[in-house]
Write a protein that binds this ligand. Structure first.
Ligand code: KG4
Ligand code: ZN
Length: 355
């Protein structure tokens, strides 16, 4: 008897000659449940997202058990909406993609189980996608002309990486954070300003009105030329706020937010532009939740173009977690014949590149 894997391996080879490859992608690594339908890795047919932020905000951060339960509830309705909005039927799906890590193990498992069941039921290939590779791939959807090689700054709530994307699916790690991720630093400093979780987007909004030169925060120091470190800056900013308040003073929230945002963005960009220059890159891309930051977007364009780089960034809606980016990454994995069997498991701590 022919096995699921043998059957889908044969289908994968047949898909190489197909003009229109339609991938249904599932993302459930953290607090967003998402299902998307993407054509040829670049064209969005459906992009469904159910955010859990309101619930987790009550607790000041993501509660893993709640996240898993909410994913289970959301997946089937999102699947039905995705098919409806893409105006296709299940028989039109050529392959199923799913995020298998990194992320919260219980949350990942809900998507992996759903993806496996769907792929098996439809008899189509199953493609596992690394969440960070997904973030990078959001750039392929945003600009159909983008092709590797390019340098990419991936900054999210859990990760801050500087990578050289030498070809589709091939990454060289240039630098990474040695402690907190950039988004994590935004979220923790936002708490000092009584901004609810997740603080990054609201801090960013507040900063737009503020004076970024009002407060001075320490510069980042790292051993490796392209590494990041946000823990020192974060602690200094939090301690400084406490000292001012203990002495009876007040901090001006919008100026505090603007000064902190500038410190983070300058640090991210100094390293990124250094790496781009040293590697002789011609293109620079942004990815991850922090790529939604308005100052980071403006400054990357301004400083990148100043040194002759072509700059790419996903639209704000594709910077934070979504399944479109997973469908895009999956297309290039499928083209290389990289498909999974039904023993696929969640890998909560998987890296983009083994270090
Ligand atoms: O990529 P993402 O949705 O989830 C992870 O994979 O971590 O990133 C979420 C992170 C959060 O820390 C959030 O505060 C941050 O991205 N973020 C921002 C902005 N929008 C989202 N940080 C700064 N400015 C923003 N506009
Ligand atoms: Zn993410």
């Amino acid at each position: 008897m022919i096995t699921y894997f043998e059957e889908t391996a044969a289908k994968t080879r047949a898909l190489a000659g197909k003009d229109n490859v339609i991938i249904l992608a599932v993302e459930s690594s953290c607090d967003e449940t998402a299902i998307a339908i993407v054509r040829n890795g670049r064209q969005v047919l459906a992009n469904e997202i159910a955010s859990q932020i309101d619930i987790h905000a009550l607790y000041g951060g993501v509660v893993p058990e709640i996240a898993s339960r909410m994913h289970v509830e959301a997946l089937s309705p999102l699947y039905r909406n995705a098919l409806k909005n893409a105006d296709i039927g299940p028989q039109d799906i050529d392959a199923v993609a799913v995020t298998y890590g990194p992320g919260l193990v219980g949350a990942l498992l809900t998507g992996v189980s759903f993806g496996k069941a769907l792929a098996y039921g439809l008899g189509v290939p199953l493609i596992k996608v690394n969440h960070i590779e997904g973030h990078v791939s959001a750039n392929f959807v945003a600009d159909a002309s983008l092709e590797p090689p390019f340098v990419c700054l991936v900054a999210s709530g859990g990760h801050s990486h500087l990578v050289n994307v030498s070809e589709y699916g091939t990454y060289e790690l240039l630098g990474h954070t040695v402690d907190d991720a950039a988004g994590e630093a935004f979220d923790k400093v936002a708490r000092v300003l009584d901004i609810p979780y997740p603080g990054g987007p609201l801090l960013d909004k507040l900063a737009e009105e503020g004076d970024e030169n009002r407060y001075t925060f320490p510069k980042m120091h790292t051993v490796n030329r392209y590494d990041f470190s946000f823990s020192g800056l974060k602690t200094a900013v939090i301690n400084q706020a406490h000292s001012i308040r203990q002495a009876g003073g007040e901090i001006v929230a919008k100026d505090w937010a603007a000064s902190f945002r500038k410190a983070v963005v300058d640090a991210l960009l100094d390293k990124t532009l250094l790496a781009a220059r040293d590697t002789g890159a011609k293109k620079l891309a942004l990815a991850g939740g922090v790529a939604a930051n308005r100052l980071l977007r403006r400054e990357t364009l301004r400083r990148g173009e100043q040194v002759g780089l072509k700059v790419y960034m996903p639209p704000i809606g594709l910077c934070t977690d979504n399944a479109v980016m997973i469908g895009s990454a999956a297309y290039y994995r499928l083209k290389k014949g990289e498909i999974s069997d039904l023993d696929l498991n969640a890998q909560p701590s998987i890296r983009l590149i083994e270090e």
